[in-house]
Design a binder for this molecule. Sequence first.
Ligand SMILES: [Zn+2]
Length: 72
Amino acid sequence: MERKVFGLGDIVQMKKPHPCGANEMEIIRMGMDIRIKCTGCQHSVLVPRAKFEKNLKKVLVSAASKEDSTDL
Ligand SMILES: [Zn+2]
């Protein structure tokens, strides 16, 4: 089974678009719950991690992959 990988600062696409019409969310807080911010209306919501993973369609922009992840 494919495991979805996401991290802080990632831009993600959810299965259901936000009521404002935008379908891109930025992860602004990680933890037991995940806070995502709509890139359209800037509205932020807190969702439990399990629900977030269920509703996540795909990661559009991975914040981590923008940098070279060469460990020291
Ligand atoms: Zn919105």
